[in-house]
Design a binder for this molecule. Structure first.
Ligand SMILES: Nc1ncnc2c1ncn2[C@@H]1O[C@H](COP(=O)(O)OP(=O)(O)OP(=O)(O)O)[C@@H](O)[C@H]1O
Ligand SMILES: [Mg+2]
Length: 472
């Protein structure tokens, strides 16, 4: 008997003795059984436990074997389900097979018979997890395409970006990163710093679009006590904080013209004064900037100083849009799926080919950020452990190219989407109810409520946001 393959097996039978016998047999053969006499409880475990196969009795109080089977097919299609049945109910067992059960064993069964079936089930499970675009928590390493470790991309345009980063990082030159929204500009800025001799020193970020024009000067250069109402103490600015490190000016095109003059001066002279200060402060700072605007057009329109433009544009790095490097989509999808599933405490074992096809052909106007958000939402909302085209958000499912690909006919579309909407509304109502109750019981403590609901804290927070639940 070959009992080498180990696996975690969920066993459900309302008769305690039977459960104990199966448990003993499995343990002896090196499997790890997880046993239940209460089938409702078992359903919870199916949802949350790493498992390789399920053995279930047919008739039990509460959910029966066929219910368990149906549940697995919906939520854990990767799991083979073995039906254990008394002699008289073989016919039902056969009909269970027709519905997709993996196999059945008749009670009373022998150890050899049980182990053979379990063995085969575990092997099948292994194979199912290895199917082309099935994603498992074990076999997808965080893809590392290059030494620029946090950036994913094997396509030629990304390889070019990596080459520029590694060349330019070691120099002190000013870098201007350009690319559409969500293409990874901030990530690149950080990698420039991390791969530079300044990596042990601070990386300071300023989002020029997020700071009101009136505050930007004191943010960048700091202020002295009494410089303006409210300046009760003096405070160093971001330039000082970034001394010997890197200062990242994000969305630099949004900087007001009068600030652009001041910035130019620091870049040229490497010194400045705090607001309301008289002494001159010298700093050694490497400047990296980013924008998603057409800077040349901004210069032409008089909104961006030409001299500053030349100062900043010493080494330009152009990030490709995601639609220009579709060959990276699979890798990114796998990476973000794993990430979201872990963070949200969900089990996602794969993605249907059809769904991946839609991803590859969609235009991704919001680039990688959009892809990341879409996957997070899909992981959160999916009713199954395998993401499918049915889980695609509206904006992707209705994009013409995707609609063509998925072969949806105009008239057939109304019904399912209304139905889907209905199901979604119902699910949301139930979720809302559960969450509100948990929050009430824990007096609004999200951490405790998350524990009660067996969700991760982040997962619960996202749900609260998504369902717009008020917390008092
Ligand atoms: N190549 C990549 N590999 C892995 N993650 C990426 C990659 N590019 C971007 N991301 C992720 O996508 C998100 C958006 O990236 P980032 O904030 O760097 O974009 P951005 O170009 O600065 O966008 P915006 O112009 O909107 O500020 C981040 O969560 C980032 O970690
Ligand atoms: Mg950004």
């Amino acid at each position: 008997m070959n009992t080498k393959a180990q696996g975690r097996i969920l066993v459900i039978d309302d008769e305690k003795n039977i459960v104990l016998v199966i448990q003993a047999m499995l343990e002896r053969a090196g499997f790890e059984p997880l046993v239940f006499t209460d089938s409702a409880r078992a359903l919870e475990a199916i949802e949350s436990e790493p498992l390789n196969a399920v053995i279930t009795d047919l008739y039990m109080p509460g959910p029966g074997g066929l219910d368990i089977l149906e549940y697995c097919q919906k939520r854990r299609p990767d799991l083979p389900v073995i039906i254990a049945t008394a002699y008289g109910t073989v016919e039902t067992a056969v009909s269970a097979l027709k519905r997709g059960a993996f196999d059945f064993i008749t009670k009373p069964f022998e150890q050899t018979e049980l182990l053979n079936v379990v063995q085969k089930a575990v092997q099948t499970h292994e194979q199912r997890l290895k199917e082309p675009i099935v994603i498992t928590s074990v076999d997808v390493p965080a893809p590392k395409a290059t030494e620029i470790s946090s950036i994913i991309g094997q396509s030629e345009p990304m390889q070019e970006v990596f080459r520029v980063i590694s060349k330019v990082a070691i120099a002190n030159s000013t870098v201007l990163i350009r690319g559409e929204s969500g293409t990874g500009k901030e990530l690149v800025a950080y990698e420039v710093h991390r791969n530079s001799p300044r990596c042990q020193k601070p990386f300071v970020k300023v989002n020029c679009a997020a700071i009101p024009a009136t505050l930007i000067e004191s943010e960048l250069f700091g202020y002295e006590r009494g410089a303006f109402t409210g300046a009760v103490t003096s405070k160093p600015g971001r330039f000082e904080l970034a001394h010997e490190g890197t200062l990242f000016l994000d969305e630099v095109a949004e900087m007001p013209l009068e600030m652009q003059v001041k910035l130019l001066r620091v870049l040229q002279e490497k010194e400045f004064e705090r607001v309301g200060g008289i002494s001159t402060i010298a700093v050694d700072v490497r400047i990296v900037t980013a924008t998603n605007r057409d800077l040349e057009a901004e210069v032409k329109a008089g909104r961006f100083r030409e001299d500053l433009y030349y100062r900043l544009n010493v080494v330009p790095v152009q990030l490709p849009a995601l639609r220009e490097r579709k060959e990276d989509i699979d890798l990114l999808v796998k990476f973000f799926l794993q990430q979201s599933a872990t963070q949200l405490n969900r089990i996602i074992t794969g993605i249907e080919a059809e769904c991946m096809l839609a991803f590859r052909n969609y235009s991704w106007p919001g680039n990688i950020r959009q892809l990341e958000n879409v996957l997070e939402r899909m992981v959160l909302m999916s009713e199954s452990t395998v993401l499918g085209a049915r889980d695609l958000p509206e904006e992707i499912a209705t994009a013409p190219v995707v609609r063509d690909l998925l072969g949806r006919k105009g008239e057939a579309e109304v019904e399912p989407s209304t139905f889907k909407e209905l199901v979604r509304k119902q699910t949301q109502a139930v979720e809302r109810d559960l969450i509100e109750r948990a929050l009430e019981e824990t007096e609004g403590n999200v951490t405790h409520a998350a524990e009660k609901l067996k969700l991760s804290r982040k997962g619960l927070q996202l749900k609260i946001k998504e369902l717009r639940i008020r917390r008092e």
